[in-house]
Ligand binder design. Structure first.
Ligand code: NAP
Length: 260
């Protein structure tokens, strides 16, 4: 399918690795000009080069922390009028809520709720004026099916989802859509890191923990960043203007429900 977004400009946050990188690779293949961002310069430059080689896309790499006003200002200075915005950042740590301070909560809310809202605020009116905009928020399957040890993630991402549910219905008449992509388990560094904690606790190897997690998924495997990126590219396509305020779970069927 021709997605009809060749020549559009996209900011893809937190995209030197993992799901954000999957989205950037897929949008690059659709001929989108990319502005990618992460804190670590080395991996960021390597990913920028990989995308250029993969698709020939024009890629501007911006080293910065998207959860800070400075990081956001840097990416917005490089691309003040994006047609596509993919919101993403690292996830909050797991734990017991009794151990979390107000500062811990504020960091989680800042990264996974307020940062995407700030970026939407900075870009959505331009999209409305130009009559085209696609905003995709990378959240988590935990929005539909909370994960007890990820309480801060459950809370912050639900807050973002609730906010955009209202906004998405105001922008759609201008061909500006806002949707959530909700990953279950995907093969990324983050999944390997969380497996290493579980391995330490259980005395199993990281590979044993990962294999167990793969087997317990109805698909018998993890998702790939290419699959995630392809779904993102479709939501950003010219054809997706009638899809807004939705939350697409990508989890191999792990969420056990028929509706909603
Ligand atoms: P990942 O493989 O660890 O990659 C995270 C990417 O984001 C890296 O490029 C990282 O680069 C960048 N990043 C992190 N914090 C940043 C910041 N403050 N500013 C700019 N860039 C930042 O993680 P992932 O698995 O793709 O996960 C992405 C998001 O999806 C996370 O919020 C995660 O909780 C959520 N999620 C993932 C899964 C999964 O199965 N993978 C499932 C559910 C939810 P630098 O560290 O160099 O900045």
């Amino acid at each position: 399918m021709e997605t009809g977004i060749r020549g559009r400009k996209a900011i893809v946050c937190a995209s030197s690795k993992g799901l954000g990188k999957g989205c950037a690779l897929a949008l690059g293949r659709e001929g989108v000009e990319l502005f990618i961002l992460a804190r670590g310069e080395e991996a960021l430059q390597a990913t920028a080069e990989e995308i250029r080689k993969d698709s020939g896309a024009t890629v501007t790499a911006i080293a910065g922390d998207i959860t800070t006003p400075e990081g956001r200002a840097k990416v917005l200075a490089a691309c003040p009028n994006p047609d596509i915005l993919v919101n993403n950042a690292g996830g909050p740590p797991p734990g017991d809520f009794r151990d979390w301070s107000l500062d811990d909560w504020n960091a989680a809310l800042n990264a996974n709720m307020l940062t995407p809202i700030e970026l939407i605020k900075a870009t959505v009116d331009g999209m409305i004026e130009r009559k085209f905009g696609r905003i995709v928020n990378i959240t988590s399957a935990s929005v539909k099916s909370p994960i007890p040890i990820l309480g801060m993630s459950n809370g912050a991402r639900a807050g973002l989802t609730g906010f955009v549910a209202g906004l998405a219905r105001q922008t759609v008449k201008h061909n500006v859509t806002i949707n959530g992509l909700l990953p279950g388990p995907f093969e990324t560094d983050r999944v390997r890191k969380t497996a290493s904690v579980a391995a330490e606790k259980s005395g199993k190897s990281i590979d044993e923990v990962l294999d167990g997690r793969r087997k317990e998924n109805p698909a018998g495997r993890f998702g790939t960043i290419e699959e995630f990126g392809a779904a993102c590219a479709f939501l950003c396509s010219a054809h997706a203007g009638f899809i807004t305020g939705q939350n697409l779970v990508m989890d191999g069927g792990a969420y056990n429900g028929t509706m909603g």
